[in-house]
Design a protein around this ligand. Structure first.
Ligand SMILES: Nc1nc2c(c(=O)[nH]1)N=C([C@H](O)[C@H](O)COP(=O)(O)OP(=O)(O)OP(=O)(O)O)CN2
Ligand code: ZN
Length: 147
């Protein structure tokens, strides 16, 4: 099995609503995202001969995906007063509403699914929220139950 990795980072702020601790406050991270794609065989012709996928294409797609969140305030829907949100938007802040709690786990899942939609055979995605905290999402091996 061949495994390729691409990595990109973005800076953004978030907060965890209904969290009993310091992370309930708006705070920022440099999020590091690692995407691993896999293949059993290599392409054996043309420009991509000997490759799973061109690193350049993979890196470009990972960058494009994460750049959307760069220098934004990421807010879970309905966790901020409508007026506050309106003022922030009116004052020109980059706000991204998400339907999920913005945890490393949920971002790992989101990035996994996004890369799958882009037709990559994704093995796993890893999201570092801090240099030492990361969450991984990976396809679990299908279990066959024989009775
Ligand atoms: N399983 C998860 N737990 C937490 C998440 C998460 O995404 N998944 N996120 C947070 C907060 O966003 C927080 O920013 C990170 O927590 P923490 O480890 O406290 O980060 P610090 O680097 O600030 O820790 P210090 O050791 O105090 O420096 C919380 N939990
Ligand atoms: Zn955080």
């Amino acid at each position: 099995m061949y495994l390729l990795k691409a990595e990109h980072s973005f800076d953004s702020a978030h907060f965890l609503a209904n969290y009993n601790g310091k992370c309930r406050n708006i705070h920022g991270h440099r999020w590091k995202v690692i995407v691993e794609v896999q293949a059993e065989t290599l392409i054996n012709e043309g420009q991509l001969d000997g490759m799973v996928v061109d690193f350049g294409d993979l890196k470009k797609d990972v960058k494009e995906m994460v750049d959307h969140y760069d220098h934004a305030l990421i807010i879970q829907e309905n966790t901020m007063r409508r007026e506050t949100l309106t003022y922030l938007i009116e004052d020109g802040f980059k706000i991204i509403n998400v339907a999920f709690r913005p945890t490393a786990e949920n971002f790992a899942y989101l990035f996994f699914k996004t890369m799958e939609k882009r037709r990559y055979n994704v093995k796993r995605t890893i999201v570092y929220e801090t240099p030492t905290n990361c969450a991984t999402y990976e396809k679990s091996e299908g279990k066959i139950c024989i009775r």
